[in-house]
Design a protein around this ligand. Structure first.
Ligand code: HEM
Length: 248
């Protein structure tokens, strides 16, 4: 047995020093690799100036916590995109497989229940934060000149958020989803002139069937994300150009 020094054996001391040295070396080498790679990219694209400009951009003094709802909504959108992509790895959008594939995600896929639950809760939270954001913009009068166009872009974003919820509701293909969508797609039929066409267009036939499921899936994972990305880019470009408004 080695002799004890300060209550510890030299062997253990040596181990901890080696571990520390190894940690330091790993950090140095990671930083060196980072510096070489980043330096090379930066010399060519001059990213540092742009990044520094964005990071040093001062938040106006009047901005308080109510201004966070827009950013939180965007963060939730990113969470939904990430968890949604993971769900598509196992979800099967056909009338024969959809229900079983959701059961499989919940019971057999490792952390599948967690990913689906985060997707579910982020969707609910986003509906709340987008409304809170809209209320904040309204009460600060931020929809007025010169931000009218951004308010209109916002109205589209609100409609898109609700459309995400409506199309996603059918995807588990259980009783609640089926009957919820049956009622939901019957509502547009009440519109004058175009009502029947809208119902037929949404359902892909007279009833809610596998064809409706395919349509809603395509809307939920391809069409709506693309359109939303376009409106978000326009929304943020206008905010950058016009700056954040002061309360009325
Ligand atoms: C997916 C939904 C949305 C996202 C991610 C989003 C994001 C943002 C962010 C990050 C800001 C800047 C910070 C802030 O004011 O909170 C902002 C500003 C703004 N948003 Fe939205 N927004 C969304 C929906 C809406 C809706 C539904 C409306 C209104 C109908 C709207 C109207 C505006 C306006 C007018 C501004 C400028 C506010 C100002 O200058 O004070 N947005 N949005």
């Amino acid at each position: 047995m080695p002799e004890e020094v300060n209550g510890k054996t030299p062997r253990r001391k040596e181990n901890s020093i080696t571990a520390q040295l190894r940690g330091i070396w790993r950090r140095i080498s990671l930083e060196a690799v980072g510096a070489v790679v980043y330096g090379g990219v930066d010399r060519r694209l001059e990213l540092s100036d742009a990044i520094e400009h964005a990071l040093k951009h001062k938040v106006p003094r009047h901005v308080n916590w109510t201004y966070c709802f827009g950013g939180i909504t965007f963060f939730l959108f990113l969470v939904l995109a990430a968890t949604g992509i993971l769900l598509t790895l196992y979800y099967r959008p056909s009338s024969s497989d959809a229900y079983e594939s959701v059961k499989y995600i919940m019971n057999d896929v490792r952390f599948g229940w967690l990913i689906r639950s985060i997707h579910h809760w982020a969707a609910n939270l986003m509906a709340f934060t987008v409304l809170a954001h809209m209320v904040r913009v309204y009460f600060h009068g931020a929809y007025k000149h010169p931000r009218e166009l951004n308010w209109i872009a916002g109205v589209f974003l609100l409609a898109l958020t609700l459309a995400f919820g409506f199309t996603g509701y059918l995807l588990p293909w259980d009783q609640k989803a089926y009957w919820g969508t049956t009622v939901g797609t019957r509502m547009p039929a009440a519109m004058p002139f175009i009502g029947d066409f809208m119902k037929l267009f949404l359902r892909g036939g007279d009833e809610v069937t596998g064809r409706t499921l395919s349509r809603f899936y395509s809307l939920h994972v391809v069409i709506l994300p693309m359109v939303t990305t376009f409106f978000l880019a326009a929304h943020f470009a206008m905010i950058r150009r016009q700056g954040i408004s002061k309360p009325m």
